[in-house]
Design a binder for this molecule. Structure first.
Ligand SMILES: Nc1ncnc2c1ncn2[C@@H]1O[C@H](COP(=O)(O)OP(=O)(O)OP(=O)(O)O)[C@@H](O)[C@H]1O
Ligand SMILES: [Mg+2]
Length: 499
């Protein structure tokens, strides 16, 4: 019996200068189905979906909606045809309210007046219906990344979309938020929506999807019923080789205390209060806790992005005070931020400048001119060390796949040859194979005597990579545990200590 497809993409091909990002790919979705799209960083997942959503024009191929060929040449047409997309890199207007972002460009009007009250009540209805707690009048910039992702989902619902693409929707969601997203997905399924779900999180894909399609190097590799798959078979399809997925062996011996934090507190919420700890040379200190517990704030305060209300930070026994014009980078500290789009990349610059931007001095001749040769050499080093998938170092960073952008940022941090590295969710959006390369890299750095502070919401990597784990709870330290003996339950329990 022929299955009725809600949507079919046939023979889709899309190239960019130097790469065939998508090569004759077939993909379909049935009503009420969650269809996961998987593949390594740069495999072509986002590109395929951007072709569907009218962001990119396909070189070849066709799209059928309910069996009828459609021509979607921009997102507005896609939305009107019932296709919505929650993008990997959110496109929102930060200084506008939630409701304005949702209704942008299609406000219900009365004469020339926008019906603010109606927008408000309509938005609130949908938010309530989806069981969310978001204030329609809140400014988008005041929301967490996860809430902002939810806003895009609300938007998709307001378009009455029949097909909703979610490109790594849970990459910055907590477990609880992910559960509520899954409830929303189930609700949408019941309404006959088809959901295309892109994720690197295999457990989630196994839990939520009905079918899985895997792409590799822009080509279709397989489409299978999820019930016939498991973690190993998915990984094998993605990377075309076996991965043992074991955390690299640790051989590190610690040296002296390198970073000492004493009674640290901050002014602004989420308040940090009275945090003290020491980290040694060669040590990886994991920082666990729930989202909002102050993990990012702790890294930012050490880095000098937030003002201390009290307490001291010492590096190698010497107090860290930042004089005007000096940054923590000058004291050998680097920070890899959690939100690359906002605080990490320079989207209009190419890979070279994104790589060397924080080590300009190192790339400069004595007389003060930037050396093109040094820039080239350093960028080449970073591309190789991080295994960045790109055609050229002159490619704009915004044209790299999400995971590859993250690798460029890691390369940038390492070029500084810092002594202390503050990594906030370093493997977010990174595919399974590359994740283990990053763990190995962190352990190699530690073996060279570097100090690493490592925030992660993924328990297995937090326990697998760290030496010790500082657990944050509501802005306070709930204690430090030895990663060798720590369990997930223990860490979760500590994380709720001060709630
Ligand atoms: N606008 C663009 N210009 C040039 N190359 C591009 C552009 N967009 C994507 N590419 C290239 O196409 C390939 C596929 O990228 P895509 O973003 O689709 O990967 P992905 O599967 O979504 O990866 P990730 O898991 O990292 O998000 C990559 O090699 C990428 O560099
Ligand atoms: Mg992508």
């Amino acid at each position: 019996m022929a299955v009725n497809n809600l949507l079919e993409m046939k023979n889709v091909t899309k190239g960019f200068p130097g790469v065939k990002a998508i090569d004759k790919v077939n993909f379909s979705i049935r009503p009420g189905e969650v269809h996961a799209l998987m593949g390594e960083n740069g495999a072509g997942k986002s590109t395929l979906m951007k072709c569907l959503f009218g962001i990119y024009r396909m070189d070849e191929g066709e799209i059928l909606l309910n069996g009828v060929k459609v021509n979607l040449s921009n997102p507005a047409q896609a939305l009107n045809a019932g296709i919505a997309m929650v993008q990997q890199e959110l496109e929102q207007v930060p200084h506008q309210s939630v409701m304005n972002n949702i209704w942008l460009g299609r406000y219900p009007t009365k004469g020339i007046f926008v019906k603010d009250k109606k927008i408000y009540s309509d938005t609130l209805d949908i938010i309530k219906d989806l069981n969310l707690a978001i204030d329609p009048k809140a400014k988008v910039s005041s929301l967490s990344v996860s809430t902002r992702q939810m806003v895009d989902i609300v938007k998709a619902v307001t378009y009455n979309a029949k097909v909703i693409v979610m490109d790594e929707p849970t990459s910055s969601l907590t477990k609880v938020e992910t559960e509520s997203l899954f409830r929303i997905i189930k609700r949408l399924k019941e309404n006959g929506c088809g959901i295309i779900y892109i994720s690197h999180k295999i457990d989630e894909v196994l839990e939520i999807s009905d079918r899985v399609t895997v792409l590799r190097d822009g080509k279709w590799v397989a489409t299978e019923e999820t019930k016939d798959l498991n973690t190993d078979t998915i990984v094998k399809l993605m990377v075309n080789r076996e991965l043992d997925n074991r955390f690299p062996e640790k051989t590190t011996n610690w040296g002296d205390v390198n970073l000492k934090v004493e009674n640290l507190s901050t002014f602004y919420p989420p308040l940090l209060s009275d945090i003290s700890f020491e980290v040694h040379k060669g040590e990886i200190l994991g920082i666990g806790g729930l989202v909002g517990s102050g993990r990012t704030e702790l890294l930012e305060t050490i880095f000098g992005l937030r003002r201390k209300a009290g307490g001291n930070i010492y590096i190698n026994g010497k107090e860290l005070t930042l004089k005007p014009g000096k940054t923590a980078i000058d004291r050998g500290i680097v920070l890899l931020t959690e939100e690359r789009r906002e605080t990490g990349i320079f989207p209009l610059l190419d890979i070279r400048w994104n790589t060397v931007s924080s080590s300009i001095k190192r790339n400069t001749h004595k007389i003060g001119l930037v050396s093109a040769k040094k820039v080239r050499e350093n960028t080449q080093w970073a591309i190789e060390a991080m295994n960045v998938k790109t055609v050229s170092m002159r490619t704009l960073i915004s044209n790299l796949s999400g995971g590859n952008q993250q690798k460029v940022l890691l390369g940038r941090c390492l070029l500084r040859e810092p002594d202390i590295m503050l990594f906030d969710e370093p493997t977010r959006g990174i595919d399974v194979g590359a994740k283990y390369e990053i763990y190995q890299l962190m352990l190699d750095l530690a073996a060279k005597g570097k100090t690493i502070l490592f925030v992660s919401s993924e328990m297995p990597e937090l326990i697998g990579v760290s030496d010790r784990i500082l657990v944050m709870s509501n802005g306070k330290s709930a204690g430090i545990v030895d990663a060798k003996t720590a369990t997930q339950e223990q860490i979760l329990q500590m994380a709720t200590k001060y709630l």
